[in-house]
Design a protein around this ligand. Sequence first.
Ligand SMILES: [Zn+2]
Length: 175
Amino acid sequence: MKAEHKTYEINEYVYLCESKIHNKGVFALRPISKGTKIIEYKGELISKEEGTKREEESIKLSKKDPSKGATYIMEVDEEHDIDGDIEENYSKYINHSCEPNCEFEVKGKQIWVYALKSIKPDEELSCDYGFDFDPENPFQHPCLCGSKKCVGYIVQKEQRGKLIEHLTKIKLLKK
Ligand SMILES: [Zn+2]
């Protein structure tokens, strides 16, 4: 473990520490093999209706003050969401990456973080947060993941084509 930063051991696999990507991050304590169920995305199980309401409220907040209104709502199924905005949910510190080494998976009414590949000690855990590309507000969430495949903004893999198309159009207009 790195001694220069304050670290907090979360469980047998991971610790919490300052991140190069953003704010805090979750790092591997030891080698983690592909497919390992690493940590639960804990939170309050709420109805979809309540989840949508809370999400809309946080979007309103973030429009007034971009440093506020981060949303930790994740979908469980058609009727339920989990609001991960609770103190004991360390998974909320996992940063987005355009080339993630972990993924969220729903198990019953729980959400867990699984290793997508083998992870080395002190490597930061990352997930694709599945943000939609919003043509009205395409540059809302800059991505600092630093991977070779980084598209510069936090957008889910399936919709990165739309973002790249949008960026190309802007470049063409500027010429
Ligand atoms: Zn990125």
